[in-house]
Design a protein. Structure first.
Length: 102
């Protein structure tokens, strides 16, 4: 007789869009709980062939003036983001070439 293994809670962050997908999938598949949806997704997903796109991270240390530091902290709070996220946005938005002077 097969016995069901004990389950334990697993907590992790998800974007709100995926939480909404869990709920819509729960209704679509006629499942009772979010846990059932997650277990189904795990059973159906091909983890062996999945290739997560990860850009390696390294820590860097830079010097910022008090005004820029305060501005970053203010926007991080206002946007509910980390200072690191805002710095990544700023660096990704930096033009590849320096604009020509007029």
């Amino acid at each position: 007789m097969a016995t069901r293994s004990a389950s334990a809670p697993l907590t992790f962050d998800l974007p709100v869009s995926l939480i909404a997908k869990i709920e819509s999938s729960r209704r679509k598949y006629g499942l009772k709980t979010a846990s059932e949806v997650v277990r189904l997704a795990i059973d159906e997903f091909d983890f062996e062939n999945c290739k997560p796109a990860r850009d390696p991270h390294r820590q860097v240390s830079v010097r910022l003036g008090a005004v820029q530091r305060a501005m970053l902290k203010r926007f991080a709070k206002k946007k509910d983001a980390s200072v690191g996220e805002l710095l990544r946005f700023a660096l990704e938005g930096l033009p590849a070439k320096k604009p020509k002077s007029r």
